[in-house]
Structure formats: structure tokens, C-alpha cells
Ligand binder design. Structure first.
Ligand SMILES: [Fe+2]
Length: 259
């Protein structure tokens, strides 16, 4: 006898599960800062159920990994790499934005010379990637990847267009809030940290099991950039500011790092 196909969860199902997990966290005395990293085992994030690690991380010899891991030379990073609107025959479609901030350690000291890499969907919410085939247009003037090095005061700065939200099939009618993926390289590939930056006021925050898998509301807030009108350039681009804190109580959530 054939097993009945599993029903695809609705947004209502996922939202109810998110609310139940948040209530459980509150009920068991969760306080700000207590659980600032994402939960790997987070059932509303359906598409991670069979692929999230279930065993403790294994330690590897960092020196051995460095023999085959990617590396970069500072001379390879061109200042134009930080302009995601450049490098094509025309201007990309969308709201032009400046995204800047500082990379800081636990004591608020700047982390200089860091390779920051970003990747994102275009203004229509489509990645230039083989696996993204949803019916939103590609933009011939936008690739969606950039990089830069932090300056002496830890500052990075990108010029890009605001990404659109996109569907992702975690459940029926699932949409990701608009976001930009960030990678902070460290001094070697084994230190690389990856995270996502969001935009203020996104109506999809409450519905998104990836964003909500960071159970501590204060930690979630640290992933949301701040609109900064002083950064906004007249007739040109709106400005967003977002700092990345690598350690300590105010640490930015990063994939694969757990308390
Ligand atoms: Fe994404």
C-alpha cells in the first residue's frame, strides 16, 4: 500500500509553529542574549530537516585545511568590486542603495583588512544562478556579487540595488524577506563567517522560518540594517548602515557558529 503523500505545510501552519516555539522560549525563561545563534533543529525550516548537522562538529587540523582551502591576496581586490551596479553596459533596474558599516570585535575595536564578500538577488528577487528558475526577470545589468576590504576603522561599503523578496518552496507560498548575504573571511578560510543582512520594516520577517530560527528577538534585530538619511545621497541612492560584531554579547549571528 502506498503511503499517503505528506501534506505541504501552509504559511498558516508555519506561522503557528514559529509562534509556539517563541512562546516556549518565553515560557522557559529565555532572555535576551541567551540563545543568540540560530537553532539548527528548527522544524518550521522544513527544507533543512534532512540536512542540518545532528552530531557535534568535528575538529580538524586548521593547518591541514589551509593547504587546500581558498585564499586571497589583498592585491586581488579591486575597489570597483564594491560597486555591484558597475561592470555591465547599463545601470541595473531597482532602488540604488549604499550599504556600509563596520566590522568590530567584542570590545568595539575595528577589524581592519577584512575581506567582505556579498551576494544577493536582483531587484525582482531573482538570483543569477542555475538553480533559481522562478519566473522573475534576470537583469542583464546585474550579477549580484561584490567584495571589498575593510578600512583601518573597520568600515566596508557597497553600492548596489535593493534586492527583492523571493519564493523558496520551504512550504506553500513561502517568501524570503529581502536580504543580502555577507561573508567575512577572517585571516584564513577556516575562520570564514557567513550571515545575512535584512532591511527595516520588512513584512515577511514574522513569516520567515530562517529569520525566526534565531529565537532571541534581540539577536534577530542585530541582522536588520538601519536606514541612515545622512548616508543617503541626493538624487542618487538611499543609505543603510549595518555593523557586524564578531564576538561577545552583541555578536552578529553567523551560520555554523553556536554558543
Ligand atoms: Fe538569499
Amino acid at each position: 500500500m502506498k503511503a499517503a503523500p505528506e501534506r505541504v505545510a501552509s504559511q498558516r501552519d508555519i506561522t503557528a509553529e514559529i509562534a509556539a516555539l517563541a512562546a516556549e522560549y518565553q515560557r522557559t525563561g529565555g532572555v535576551a542574549g541567551q540563545e543568540a545563534q540560530l537553532r539548527l533543529d528548527y522544524p518550521p525550516y522544513r527544507s533543512s530537516a534532512l540536512r542540518h548537522p545532528k552530531h557535534p562538529l568535528l575538529s580538524v587540523d586548521p593547518a591541514e585545511v589551509e593547504r587546500w582551502a581558498p585564499c586571497f591576496g589583498h592585491q586581488d581586490v579591486d575597489p570597483v568590486d564594491a560597486d555591484l551596479t558597475a561592470g555591465h553596459p547599463g545601470e541595473p533596474i531597482g532602488e540604488r542603495i549604499i550599504v556600509t558599516g563596520r566590522v568590530l570585535d567584542a570590545a568595539g575595536r575595528p577589524v581592519a583588512g577584512q575581506l567582505i564578500e556579498v551576494w544577493q538577488a536582483n531587484a525582482s528577487g531573482r538570483y543569477r544562478h542555475q538553480l533559481d528558475q522562478h519566473p522573475a526577470p534576470l537583469d542583464p545589468n546585474f550579477t549580484g556579487a561584490g567584495r571589498c576590504l575593510t578600512g583601518p576603522d573597520g568600515t566596508y561599503r557597497f553600492l548596489t540595488v535593493k534586492p527583492g523578496p523571493y519564493p523558496w518552496r520551504n512550504h506553500h507560498n513561502a517568501w524570503r524577506p529581502a536580504h543580502i548575504h555577507f561573508s567575512v573571511f577572517g585571516t584564513a578560510f577556516t575562520q570564514r563567517l557567513v550571515t545575512q543582512m535584512y532591511f527595516p520594516g520588512d513584512p515577511l520577517f514574522e513569516l520567515d522560518p530562517i529569520f525566526q530560527s534565531i529565537i532571541d528577538p534581540a539577536a534577530r534585530q542585530r541582522l536588520i540594517a538601519r536606514y541612515d538619511h545622512d548616508l543617503t545621497e541626493p538624487e542618487y541612492a538611499t543609505g543603510y548602515r549595518w555593523d557586524i560584531v564578531l564576538s561577545g554579547r552583541g555578536r552578529t549571528w553567523t551560520e555554523g557558529q553556536h554558543d
